[in-house]
Design a protein around this ligand. Structure first.
Ligand code: FES
Length: 93
């Protein structure tokens, strides 16, 4: 059986009007802290390249769930991590 690991991609692309200018870098670090705090590898969170959605940035994408989040705030990180990483872990038991 193949286990597909979840990944959280956070856009932190620098530049005027881009996610990096809207707090994407801080958001990336916040997500890494949150997954580590919950016992996951910091590699669970990766920096994403621009996907042309920065008008609604910063944007976060969860693979393989194919779920996008827009205008993500630092305080949203715990709920997103819980929704995609923790609930599934409990349900899989
Ligand atoms: S810079 Fe984040 S979607 Fe373009």
């Amino acid at each position: 059986m193949r286990v597909m690991r979840k990944q959280i991609f956070v856009c932190a692309t620098p530049g005027e009007g881009r996610c990096g200018a809207k707090g994407g870098g801080e958001l990336l670090e916040r997500f890494r802290e949150e997954v580590e705090r919950r016992g996951f590898s910091p590699q669970t969170v990766l920096r994403n390249a621009c996907t042309r959605r920065h008008d609604e940035g910063p944007v976060v994408f969860v693979f393989p769930d194919d779920v996008w989040y827009t205008r993500v705030r630092l305080e949203d990180a715990p709920e997103i991590v819980e929704r995609h990483l923790l609930r599934e872990r409990v349900e899989a038991r």
